[in-house]
Design a protein around this ligand. Structure first.
Ligand code: BG6
Length: 258
């Protein structure tokens, strides 16, 4: 039985990889409709994936969110204190919000503690004016982290639905409606995209730029739940180097739809 299940999942992974035209797909099996363990499992898979590509001087970028939170939770403590001493972990962009435990800065510190490596944080708010951004970018401490962000080797990021993320970030109803009427279906690292992977809106904040994202060699997206089908398909258009770690329910939904 297990043999057939695994074989079935492998076929599903291949099919989804073809449809999305990306580097790799890893699917965690759902045991039932609403399965909390699937998120733990995706986190564990992602942590193994990071472990297999991490080099002794890697610069790892993280976003926040509940999916990446699970990745950090499932990561095992490194027993070798020397191994990662030149690795650096940074948030992909600034961020301050209500739910501190899911913020990129918190996840960065937690993962760095597990690996025994260096980290930097970036505590800047979302919605900044252009003038504020320009002057913050002149600050040496912010400049140095921006330089690191431009050299990220491995980015581990969450994918959100545009409507849900806009709501989570406290946008007003008419602002959310305006995003949706412009075709926004997905959100990742502060950008909202339409189904073709074109930018619909960009949060004025400090952090990773889309041009940088498009050049990163190792991209690991962690996203599950069938409601994220359109969002995942949209983000997959941005960079073919993507490794997608998702669950069975969203994999099947994407295959049915596209
Ligand atoms: C956020 C990221 O923290 O997590 C977003 O900054 C992403 O870019 C979102 O869309 C996904 O969140 P979750 O909780 O669904 O994993």
């Amino acid at each position: 039985y297990i043999f057939y299940t695994l074989k079935g999942l492998k076929a599903l992974e291949e099919q989804l990889k073809e449809i999305l035209n990306i580097k790799k797909v890893i699917i965690s099996p759902n045991s039932s409709g609403d399965d909390p363990f699937v998120y733990k499992d995706m986190g564990k898979t992602a942590s193994k994936c990071i472990n297999s590509i991490i080099k002794n001087d890697s610069i790892i970028g993280l976003t926040g969110g509940t999916s990446i939170y699970q990745v950090v939770m499932e990561y095992k403590n490194s027993r070798d204190i020397e191994k990662y001493k030149n690795v650096t972990i940074i948030p992909a962009r600034g961020g301050l919000g209500k739910e501190v435990e899911y913020q990129a800065n918190t996840l960065v510190q937690n993962l760095a503690n597990k690996l025994g490596c260096n980290y930097k944080t970036l505590y800047t708010p979302d919605f900044l004016s252009k003038g504020t951004i320009d002057s913050l970018l002149k600050e040496p401490s912010i400049k140095s982290i921006i330089e690191l962000i431009e050299h990220i080797d491995i980015l581990v990021f969450g994918i959100g639905r545009a409507d849900k993320m806009a709501k989570r970030r406290g946008l007003k109803n008419d602002e959310i409606q305006s995003l949706i009427s412009k075709g926004a279906v997905s959100e990742a690292f502060g950008y909202y995209f339409n189904e073709n992977g074109e930018i619909v809106h960009e949060i004025s904040t400090i952090g990773i730029k889309l041009e940088t994202f498009k050049k990163i060699e190792n991209l690991i997206a962690v996203a599950g739940g069938s409601e994220k089908a359109e969002a995942i398909a949209s983000i997959s258009k941005l960079n073919k180097n993507l490794t997608l770690i998702c669950d069975e329910s969203v994999a099947k939904k994407i295959i049915l739809k596209y």
